[in-house]
Write a protein that binds this ligand. Structure first.
Ligand code: FES
Length: 116
């Protein structure tokens, strides 16, 4: 089990929206969909686009650059699950949202993407 890092309050991420947090120099996109939270690397493995600004539908985010689609539940490319981006467990404890990551320092900051 990895380290849990508090990334904010439930109310910080509007339903249907996303935020980006930076942990260990890595940007992670956190999505809230129908009250559930998901976290994947904010990095498309195709050419590096930010996935946090992608369109989300039925648990899949579509990369805004060339429309590759990634499952929020496990980071897999929906069209070829052998290709994946990083995926992280998200825990809601009371009103706190915690991201489970490998050991390391606390997040640098959170920023809204304006996605929703
Ligand atoms: S950069 Fe994401 S599909 Fe091309």
């Amino acid at each position: 089990m990895g380290q849990r890092v508090m990334i904010g309050k439930v109310s910080d991420i509007p339903d249907g929206g996303s935020v980006v947090v930076t942990i260990n120099q890595k940007d992670i996109a956190v999505f809230r969909v129908n009250g559930q939270f998901f976290a994947i690397d904010d990095l498309c493995p195709h050419m590096g686009a930010s996935l946090s600004g992608g369109f989300v539908e039925e648990g899949v985010v579509t990369c805004p650059w060339h429309y590759w689609r990634f499952r929020l539940s496990d980071g897999a490319w929906a069209d070829n699950p052998k290709v994946k981006t990083g995926c992280y467990a998200v825990h809601v404890v009371g009103d706190d949202v915690q991201l489970e990551v490998g050991a390391g320092p606390a997040p640098d900051k959170g920023k809204s993407t304006g996605n929703g």
